[in-house]
Design a protein around this ligand. Structure first.
Ligand SMILES: [Zn+2]
Length: 515
């Protein structure tokens, strides 16, 4: 009993001894983050002015240059490090109109990396898919697509999100809608299956059979939200059309109206271009070979401007670095900021960095990654590192309640296997963590959608996260101990029945979109 008390007293004293400096520093970080916040300006420059950051586009390169210049303005050294090459492409004007049986301009976007139409565009009738009993019946039908624009997505039975139904529908009609939709989806999947193709490679089959365009609608289950990914065609235009317009066209075709659309989708093929990570550093004074890494992928899809995926993670790390440079310019350990390229195609920038810089990976004290939207940080997992509780717990103790009171921690947790760039480092055994955000309807409304734009940013939450990140970084830099990398014994995988194994580093794709 006495011993415990004594130890307790010792801890109190030692905590008290360091607490004065820690408290001063935490106050200074908070003050700078609140009174001199640059988040709105950074978001404007990156999202509105620069625009989306699809790998291989000139806008991705200009964003990298912008980041380097922004750091230079703050007196932080930064550079663009090439890790590979990618198919070079630039989006141009997309204009899609219904021209028969009446005229209407449609809400539509060309899909990424899709080749250009001529400036006159392509005008053609639409065709929907009939039901196929097997691949033979598909092959027999396939010549029908010649000269047509093929509608490759299912007609949605409702354009209202489920929350809206839940609020206003009678219980019976909500249930009826859901069960009808379930069976439509099942039939649709089975029908695609019967063709012998998948939804991924069927567009290539239409193209080969002489279709002159592809029209899809990848609804994201929210008002006005569609997911915008890449085209699966080599030469013909592929566009995503809003649920509302797609549904109208689909019904017209099914009713036998002479439905024609005109697609003008101009873009530039820019050959093969180099692709980069932007790396910024504030050198450490005592342990320069040990690193606290601020991490957020820099690239995005380009249906919107990549505001919450991952503009918000990006400006969080920029702002945290700016604050630290101002109030903590001589960190004990080196602060490194990684703005990774091509996360969206499989963590390519960060896994290249891990492959190219084993000495840095060996010196990682901690990495903090943020990449799931604009919300306040509410989850933090130890990623399977046995002693993560000790050091993350120590660092979190210094964070004022307002910035951490919603954070649920899991220790030791299990190692991330993908999802975002921290996983590239975890796989290499480096203590890397995900600052995981509150959703703000991320998955339906902003993740990879046309609606991922500046107006969805919740700046108070991002400010919260920048201050939190800056404090954790300061604490990790100052910690007298290097963090432990000891791995927890992983549990039995319920699916395989086997002992869980630590993920292994992935091989990055360094030549993207090139045949
Ligand atoms: Zn992301």
């Amino acid at each position: 009993m006495k011993k415990v008390l004594l130890i307790g007293a010792y801890f109190l004293c030692s905590t008290f001894a360091i607490s004065q400096t820690v408290e001063d520093m935490v106050n200074a970080i908070e003050k700078e983050g609140i009174e001199n916040s640059q988040l709105e300006q950074l978001a404007y420059e990156l999202m509105d002015l620069n625009g989306p950051r699809l790998v291989g586009t000139p806008e991705m390169k200009s964003a990298h240059d912008w980041a380097v210049n922004t750091y230079k303005k703050w007196g932080i050294s930064a550079e663009n490090q090439q890790w590979g090459t990618w198919k070079g492409w630039q989006r141009g004007i997309t204009h899609v109109d219904m021209v028969s049986p009446r005229v209407a301009s449609l809400h539509a976007t060309q899909l990424a990396w899709n080749p250009s139409t001529s400036s006159k565009g392509v005008t053609a009738s639409l065709i929907t898919l009939p039901s196929f009993t097997d691949s033979l019946s598909f092959v027999k039908w396939l010549p029908n697509v010649k000269g047509k624009i093929v509608m490759v997505s299912m007609l949605q039975p409702t354009g209202r999100p489920d929350e809206n139904w839940e609020e206003y529908a009678t219980k019976a009609s909500f249930e009826k809608m859901k069960s009808e939709r379930d069976s439509l989806e099942k039939i649709w999947r089975q029908n695609i299956n019967n063709t012998g193709y998948t939804s991924r490679n069927i567009n290539a089959a239409f193209e080969k059979a002489g279709a002159v365009g592809i029209a899809q609608s990848r609804w994201s289950e929210g008002f006005g939200a569609n997911k915008i990914f890449s085209a699966g065609t080599e030469k013909i235009p592929a566009v995503d059309i809003s649920l509302e317009d797609y549904g109208m066209l689909y019904r017209m075709v099914e009713h036998g109206a002479d439905t024609k659309i005109k697609i003008v989708a101009e873009s530039k093929d820019l050959g093969v271009v180099p692709t980069f990570n932007t790396i910024a550093t504030i050198p450490g004074t005592e342990f320069p070979d040990e690193y606290v890494i601020l991490s957020a992928h820099f690239d995005s899809w380009d249906g919107g401007t990549g505001a919450t995926d991952n503009g918000t993670g990006t400006i969080t790390m920029l702002e945290a670095a700016r604050i630290l440079k101002k109030v903590y310019p001589n960190p004990k350990r080196t602060i490194l900021v990684g703005h990774w390229g091509s996360e969206e195609q499989g963590l390519n920038g960060s896994s290249s960095f891990v492959e190219d810089h084993p000495e840095i990976v060996a010196g990682v004290q901690a990495l903090f990654n943020q990449d799931n939207g604009t919300g306040r940080v509410v989850r933090l997992s130890g990623q399977g590192f046995l002693h993560a509780y000790d050091y993350l717990g120590r660092w979190l103790e210094a964070v004022p309640e307002t910035y951490k009171n919603e954070i649920e921690t899991t220790f030791p947790g299990s190692p991330g296997r993908g999802g975002s760039d921290y996983a590239s480092f975890v796989a290499a055994g480096a203590p890397a963590f995900s600052l995981s955000s509150l959703s703000w309807d991320y998955w339906n409304y902003t993740w990879h959608t046309n609606l991922d734009t500046y107006d969805k940013i919740v700046f108070d939450d991002v400010r919260n996260n920048a201050i939190l990140t800056a404090i954790l970084t300061y604490m990790a830099c100052e910690d007298p101990e290097k963090t432990s990398r000891e791995k927890a014994v992983l549990g039995i995988n319920p699916r395989s029945g086997k002992q869980g194994e630590w993920p292994t580093p992935r091989t990055p794709q360094r030549k993207g979109g090139q045949d």
